[in-house]
Design a protein around this ligand. Structure first.
Ligand SMILES: Nc1nc2c(c(=O)[nH]1)N[C@H]1C(S)=C(S)[C@@H](COP(=O)(O)O)O[C@H]1N2
Ligand SMILES: [Mo]
Length: 237
């Protein structure tokens, strides 16, 4: 994680989330979670030639608030991603912070339960990097994702376990096919959780929360669709 700062993440270093904190990610958190990540199979990755000509938008296609429209107009210069909950050091990251972290790029197929698929190239830092930087506590069992949008009046949210959280292909994406995320696909940030179905990839990401249990969060079933429709919480593809 010292390398993370050396890579140019100066805003993180200067803010209240000092560099000493990021260095701590070298400790047991990282070793424990790397052990999880090492055991996992990767989702299939495709050549760039397989990328779909258009990647449709589904569910929310925008965030219907004045704040979001203002953010969109100014290139998300004021957008913040919070990393909080059961962590040693909460983080508040700007888009610049996120762009300066080490990046992973992957071409994968998105499968929606509604019966369509699309292949796209996604780029962003691995979630594990942010969790290590914040220092996830031992008692955390799940990661919750908070979103800026509501869908049919309900707050969109999702959750995954620590195995998926530390999976190498679980990234906080800010580019689709090499361009900043389009509005319809979740600008400025969305999760990619490549071994799971489409609804497990929350868009318009505002916060990442480490928690011990899903009880008391939303309807308690771990996600917007899980609470409403009986979609499975574990939606492996
Ligand atoms: N915040 C938010 N994330 C979301 C949704 C949503 O409505 N709001 N829809 C989900 C569903 S069902 C799918 S299939 C994908 C669609 O991603 P896309 O719009 O980039 O195609 O986003 C998922 N993430
Ligand atoms: Mo979906």
């Amino acid at each position: 994680m010292a390398g993370l700062l050396a890579a140019g993440c100066s805003k993180v270093g200067k803010s209240d989330t000092g560099s000493a904190i990021l260095d701590k990610a070298e400790d047991w958190h990282r070793r424990a979670h790397r052990a999880l990540a090492g055991k996992q199979a990767l989702a299939r990755e495709y050549p760039r030639s397989a990328i779909s000509p258009t990647f449709r938008g589904n569910g929310s296609q925008t965030v219907d608030t004045d704040d979001y429209r203002a953010q969109l107009a100014n290139g998300f210069g004021d957008w913040r991603l919070q990393v909080r909950g059961l962590v040693e050091t909460p983080l508040s990251l700007s888009m610049e912070n996120i762009r300066k972290l080490p990046q992973r790029t992957q071409v994968t197929r998105h499968d929606c339960v509604e019966g369509w698929s699309a292949i796209g190239e996604w780029t962003g830092p691995q979630l594990s990097l942010l969790l290590d930087a914040a220092g996830v506590k031992e008692e955390a069992n799940f990661i919750i994702f908070r979103c800026a949008d509501t869908y049919n009046g309900g707050d969109y949210y999702e959750s995954i376990d620590m195995v998926d959280a530390y999976h190498p292909q679980t990234i906080v994406a800010h580019l689709l096919n090499g361009e900043p995320l389009p509005e319809k696909n979740g600008a400025p940030l969305r999760m990619r959780v490549e071994r799971q179905l489409g609804y497990k990839h929350p868009k318009y990401l505002t916060a990442i929360e480490a928690v011990a249990s899903l009880d008391g969060i939303g309807g308690g079933k771990g996600g917007y669709w899980e609470d409403r429709s009986g979609y499975q919480w574990y939606a492996g593809v």
